[in-house]
Design a protein. Structure first.
Length: 131
């Protein structure tokens, strides 16, 4: 399956639908396995800060292959990637990896709600459009 523009757009559309249902203006970013933006939506009312945050979440999940919510413990002193807090690495919820079978093909990032709401929107988008 891989990550095509059509698939990225379907993910973004599904995320917008879930965010609209929740009454949240968010930005959604979908990146490929190299961290390059394939599709990005900023809903009316989403603040400008959500754009970079959504990209960072997608980029981080695509690069590390894990949910951004799971990174915080890994970067603490004694953690396996202590000191990873580099520019554009998101260490809070809302980013999820995209896989084609076991192959990591990209990431989705959502920003604009709480980290739990952002993660819920990203999960709903994957459930609705990635299978």
């Amino acid at each position: 399956m891989g990550l095509t523009f059509e698939k990225a757009r379907a993910l973004a559309d599904a995320a917008v639908a879930k965010a609209t249902e929740m009454g949240l203006p968010v930005t959604i970013a979908i990146v490929d396995q190299g961290g390059h933006v394939v599709c990005k939506y900023r809903m009316d009312g989403a603040t400008y800060l959500t754009g970079r945050a959504a990209e960072d979440k997608a980029y981080t999940s695509a690069g590390l292959g894990i949910a951004t919510a799971d990174i915080q413990g890994l970067i603490q002193p004694g953690g396996p990637v202590f000191g990873l807090n580099m520019e554009h690495v998101a260490t809070f919820g809302g980013g999820l990896p995209l896989r084609d079978g076991k192959a990591l093909v990209g990431g989705i990032g959502v920003s604009g709600g709480s980290v739990d709401q952002d993660a819920e929107i990203a999960s709903a988008a994957i459930a609705a459009a990635w299978a």
